[in-house]
Design a protein around this ligand. Sequence first.
Ligand SMILES: Nc1ncnc2c1ncn2[C@@H]1O[C@H](COP(=O)(O)OP(=O)(O)OP(=O)(O)O)[C@@H](O)[C@H]1O
Ligand SMILES: [Mg+2]
Length: 688
Amino acid sequence: MSLLTADNLCLAFGPRTILQGAGFMVAAGERVGVIGPNGSGKSTLFRIIAGRQPLDDGRLHFARGLSLGYLPQDILEFGDGPLLATTLAAVPGKSDLEDRLRQAEDELHDCEDHDRQMELAQRIADLHLHLDRFEQEFSPYEAERILMGLGFRERDFARPLTEFSGGWKMRAALAGLLFKKPDVLLLDEPTNHLDVPSVEWLDEFLRQFKNAMLLISHDREFLDRQIRRVLSFEVEGLRSYSGDYDEYRRLREAELEVRRAARRNQDAEVRQAEHFIRRFRANASKARQVQSRKKMLEKIDVIAVDHERATMDFRFPPTAHVGKLPVAVHEITQRFGDLQLYDGLSAAVVRGERIALIGRNGAGKTTLLRIMSGELPPTAGRVEYGANVELRYYAQHHSEGLRRERSILDEVWGVNPAMTRTDVRTICGSFLFRGDEVDKPIGVLSGGELARVSLARILVKPGNLLLMDEPTNHLDLFSAEALAEALTSYDGTLVFVSHNKAFINRLATKIWDLENGQLEEFPGNLEEYLHHLKLVQRRPEPRTPAAPDTVKRPAPLANLLPETPAPKAGPRPAAPTVDDAKDDNKARFEERKRLNRERGRIERQLDDAQRQAAAYETKVAGREAEKATLERALSDPEAYADSAKYSRLLRAYQEVQDEIEALTARWTEFQEKTERLQAQLEKLPAPT
Ligand SMILES: Nc1ncnc2c1ncn2[C@@H]1O[C@H](COP(=O)(O)OP(=O)(O)OP(=O)(O)O)[C@@H](O)[C@H]1O
Ligand SMILES: [Mg+2]
């Protein structure tokens, strides 16, 4: 049964088309990942489904009585009630369920349509079940369990939401949704606000959740574990693929290969036509043909292969010279109520370092960054800045400080009014806001776009000490890479918190591992650090019960360590034996016989390997021909129009491709075997 049907959805924001005739269905219990680059329209699609964004055309149909739960990417308004009470209020009370049951029974009484009767009967059964389970399912205990899973503590339950930071408010909203157990759950980047243990908890919770879910997440591993279908914003429109993300990748790669081939053919046609036009432009007898080619070129619908990967491209200008230690913390203690994060922690940042601050969440990484930025005065201890420091702080919830009604240009320019409009526009351009786009109000921007605005604000006044908290959150893969690239050229000093392993490895010159209020320093990147931890762990235990000289690793980091196979115990070398053959002649004869047998054996094997290699080569050629035929069929626009036929062809194409790969691997194997055997033959003494 379909819970949700979208038909011919169309929406454009000015010149930017988001949806053009998109359609899809979501069945009960389906798990759908919604993917696409920054700004492609994922969050907009969720807003449409949640009824918060009107369409230009098309419609959505919902199963009657459907309950929907929606977690937006950024929530701007929250309630102000106490945490636990707000979570409990997410679920309509028992009387509401009884009302819904009565409504369904009344409708069934008057209903004549068989399908609808079935639907209603099911609904009534569900509601009865719900009512039976109400106390159990929606008990305050369950709400507490969810809140604790998302990282809250018992003493938070009675605190009003207004006391929590942006990230914790998002968690509270998520808790309410999970508690409500809607028929369809829409989650827009839920993991951005969570730490590692909470992500793990959510992962497990969602896997137990049996209702339908649409999920947007840039965290590929999380996405892959949750979904069985993909809705994807592709260059040709919204597409649907069954299977998980890996399966999507395989199918899409095959499709892209076909599109690339079709595009190559099209380009060749265009080149030929242009050549013809140039050559015969002045030739009166060819005027008609020239004209018809010109028409063809005008009408041609260029086959777009993939999203144009415009990437951010910016460099930090050289920064002003700063003292040897741009920032240091001395004996700092930080307490929040009865929670103590550090007690007498001291650390210094040396000029030019790029430090990755890692560690379990809740360890106090963000807090340490806030203390170093001067935003949060520590409970005790002091922060010292080097001479001439200009500090910039990129907070985890950086967009909180942006004003929704102002334009991108104004928000960027406001940071450094001394710059000229042209210079500010150039900087906005390098963060991919081109032309009129700089006039867009902040309020409409996508998560990735907001992150780019905050980064642009840093670049117009970069400073020589940069503190960044989760800078790759909200950025798609390409933007995250571009940011890492730009930061490698930054000549100032950088301290950053990140969960993104690739990003840390690329940038860090030093690791600060924060655990139990202590900082462990390690010069190098994350991989080197993890390797170091592994070595430390493998170091043999001292025989006498002395104090361990190794650092004890907490479980979460230990889990990051790559597996190391236990060293294999090799066979002991056999003691050399002496051949004391008495009859030399007999020995030579035996040796010759053995060599001849050996040669015969190798020759037979060689012959076989050569035959096998030839057979596989023929098979590969056969499949290559099939592949070419399928490629032609797939690039035919008619095939594309018939989606059933198209997916049949595509699967066949994918299969042939896989077969070619497998056959080629076998061919290579026999080819290598042939070479190996030939080499062995050459090594044998000439036959006698
Ligand atoms: N009301 C609006 N008016 C004008 N443009 C809008 C409006 N709402 C969204 N947009 C634009 O539509 C595009 C798609 O936005 P959306 O938030 O759906 O992207 P997204 O795929 O969720 O991206 P991200 O991965 O960055 O979160 C963006 O360029 C955004 O600026
Ligand atoms: Mg979004």
